[in-house]
Unconditional design. Structure first.
Length: 161
């Protein structure tokens, strides 16, 4: 009886470990982000469903860095696909903004604010490539205070285990 219990516990442990290894499709991804803003992206998983992402991107002749914490959930019907949500903050500068929607054009602005993110993340099963499509609204707390809800982007990353 004890042997059967030990074998059963061992079998369950192996199934759990193999499921986590399969579901955790990559540990770090580095690549390009294209959309309303363009730049570089690095995503690193802290565990099975938690990741941090750093984005360095350009907008209005400026440079902005964004840091995000993301929670990932499996889409069980499609191997390698997860949906995610999270939040973080951004800091940077915007350069020459003589075009609308800016009421007070000046040489540069310092922007700081909070960000949200929601999207889909797909890791190709047999290739070290990841695609991510997301919506990342932001709220600026300094220059040009207010809601910026226009950022939709596609990221392509080379992945590492």
């Amino acid at each position: 009886m004890l042997k059967k219990a030990i074998v059963a516990v061992f079998a369950v442990a192996i199934m759990v470990i193999s499921h986590q290894a399969e579901a955790q499709t990559y540990s770090t991804g580095v690549g390009l982000r294209a959309g309303v803003t363009n730049g570089l992206t690095v995503k690193h998983f802290l565990g099975y469903d938690a990741a941090i992402e750093g984005i360095l991107h350009t907008r209005w002749k400026g440079l902005v860095i964004t840091g995000l914490y993301e929670v990932h959930k499996d889409v069980r019907e499609i191997r390698g696909l997860k949906w995610f949500y999270g939040g973080g903050a951004h800091l940077g500068t915007w350069g020459d903004k003589s075009d609308p929607p800016f009421d007070d054009p000046k040489d540069d602005y310092t922007v700081f604010g909070i960000d949200g993110i929601i999207g889909l993340d797909y890791k190709f099963v047999d290739a070290p490539v990841n695609l991510s499509l997301d919506y990342k609204p932001a709220f600026n707390l300094t220059d040009n205070v207010g809601w910026w809800g226009d950022e939709i982007a596609l990221s392509i990353r080379f992945t590492f285990h």
